[in-house]
Design a binder for this molecule. Structure first.
Ligand SMILES: Cc1ncc(COP(=O)(O)O)c(C=O)c1O
Length: 484
């Protein structure tokens, strides 16, 4: 974020950190990558890390940690109940969001389980309104007998748009849904900021204020998923004029004042491994507290290692440092701009979390029912050793009658874990994606061989329709010669 100009005039996303610990990565020849993809059932989740060159599957639990986070891990206070570590983390969260209570949980979806069990009702079936779902969020709501309704604005699904906050809730849709359903049927309203499945797109403070005002007026609980808050803070600061000169802590505190319950995956927010729920609502706290020892562990560790809790407390504090949180968005922007200049369809404006390829355009010759984004993610691994994640129809769950839900967007997410990759690795990825785009007609579809009922994208196995992966690998060899 530091405004460093280059003499050359080139715009470079300069790193404001140096690397002092490294991990070796391995780039296999294309023939071996083809074999690995086959063994993984054309599902990038089932690849082995040892076979991956650049792992852009996710930022979850794989962000780089700072020297201060590692140092904090050494002073962790290991006790089952009442550890000092818990009180330090509690204080960090109270300070950050200005909320009274903290409930620890082992990761983000564990928080979702607790919230859904507390607020979702099966009879009559309650509805959770939200800007957009996340896979595990929807899974827990459905598991508890509820349903999800999405209220994202129309620009949210546009691949190319000038709208800076594509994650905003459409206020007219929110008002209409409350009127149609009646507030008794609504389990809660949920804001996910930024939004994961629609390209890491941010939510504006203006929108949060308006949604909060409506929810308070109707006495509906407002839940905030802050897992991707770091990127969202950066976008509020840089895209929402009112906040240009506002401190990140002040912005975060205002968010806290607007919400009833905030939860997060600390595999993302705070760059550690864990999760937590904060609230100032006495009733919610009492109801949720009972579930923590049942599913997570005692109230002062919630299934987490105390070392991770210490790292999280420091990581949360560092989230309020613009040089720390800007690194991912400026790399994402550089990557999106380079790909767009080469004609590759990517979600614009760039969001947080990673660069998102639009598989609907990239693989327009592949029917959506043959999992365009899944096929593209597999093809990219074969082409480059880069592992991305399918975020499209494969990540949906079938309807109760077994029919497919065709996703609004078919994306391949190339996540950039915080402060992990270098600029040359980004350039390598852009180069290989551009080659694949030139050769996109070689990509074919996929079909399931083994399809789990719940969260099928995690461990479902597929096979290619035809022999397109072999043909793709042969073309790569022809064009790149001896190169890996
Ligand atoms: C927005 C959002 N919510 C919830 C979760 C679930 O968190 P976890 O993976 O820690 O269970 C994630 C994880 O990616 C997420 O991105």
């Amino acid at each position: 974020m530091s405004d460093v100009k280059f003499f050359s005039g080139e715009s470079v996303p300069l790193e404001m950190h140096k690397v002092r610990m490294v991990q070796r990565v391995n780039l296999l020849p294309v023939e071996e990558r083809l074999k690995c993809m086959g063994e993984a059932g054309f599902n990038t989740f089932l690849l082995k890390n040892r076979d991956i060159f650049l792992d852009m599957l996710t930022d979850s639990g794989v962000n780089a940690m700072s020297e201060n986070q590692y140092a904090a891990m050494m002073r962790a206070d290991d006790s089952y109940a009442g550890s000092e570590t818990f009180f330090r983390l509690e204080e960090a969260l109270q300070d950050m969001f200005g909320m009274k209570y903290f409930l620890p949980a082992h990761q983000g979806r564990a928080c979702e389980n607790i919230i859904a069990q507390t607020l979702v009702k099966p009879k009559p079936k309650s509805v959770a309104l939200m800007n957009y779902h996340f896979t595990t969020t929807k899974g827990h709501i459905i598991q508890n007998g509820g349903s999800v309704e999405e209220l994202i604005g129309d620009d949210g699904f546009k691949i190319q748009s000038d709208e800076p906050f594509k994650g905003d809730i459409d206020i007219a849709k929110l008002n209409e849904a409350i009127k149609r359903l009646g507030k008794e049927k609504i389990s809660f309203v949920r804001i996910e900021a930024g939004t994961n499945l629609i390209g890491g797109q941010p939510v504006s403070m203006r929108n949060m204020r308006e949604v909060s005002r409506i929810c308070r007026g109707e006495n509906i609980k407002l839940i905030f998923d802050a897992s991707l808050l770091a990127d969202n803070l950066y976008f509020i600061k840089t895209r929402e004029a009112e906040f240009k000169n506002t401190g990140l802590k002040e912005i975060t505190r205002e968010m806290g004042s607007l919400m009833d319950v905030i939860y997060f995956s600390a595999r993302k927010l705070g760059s550690a491994r864990g999760g937590g729920i904060v609230t100032s609502d006495d009733g919610m706290f009492a109801a949720m507290r009972e579930l923590v020892p049942l599913y997570e562990g005692f109230l002062t560790y919630g299934g987490m290692s105390v070392r991770e809790m210490e790292a999280m407390a420091v990581g949360l504090h560092e989230t309020l440092d613009i040089d720390v949180i800007s690194q991912t968005p400026i790399f994402v922007e550089a990557m999106c701009n380079e790909l767009q200049a080469k004609g590759v369809p990517v979600v614009m404006p760039p969001g947080g979390l990673g660069c998102h390829l639009d598989a609907k355009q990239f693989c327009s010759h592949v029917p959506q029912k043959q999992y365009q984004a899944g096929a593209l993610a597999s093809a990219l691994y074969i082409t480059s050793g880069v592992r991305g994640m399918e975020r499209g129809t494969l990540s949906e769950q079938r309807n109760e009658d077994g029919s497919e839900i065709l996703a609004e967007m078919e994306l391949v997410r190339l996540a950039l874990p915080k402060r992990v990759f270098t600029l040359s690795q980004i350039k390598y990825t852009v180069d290989r994606v551009a080659w694949l785009f030139e050769n996109r007609r070689l990509i074919g579809g996929l079909e399931f061989v083994e399809e789990p009922k719940v969260l099928r994208f995690f461990f479902g196995r597929l096979k290619p329709i035809g022999n397109w992966p072999e043909v793709l690998a042969q073309q790569f060899r022809k064009d790149f010669g001896e190169s890996l």
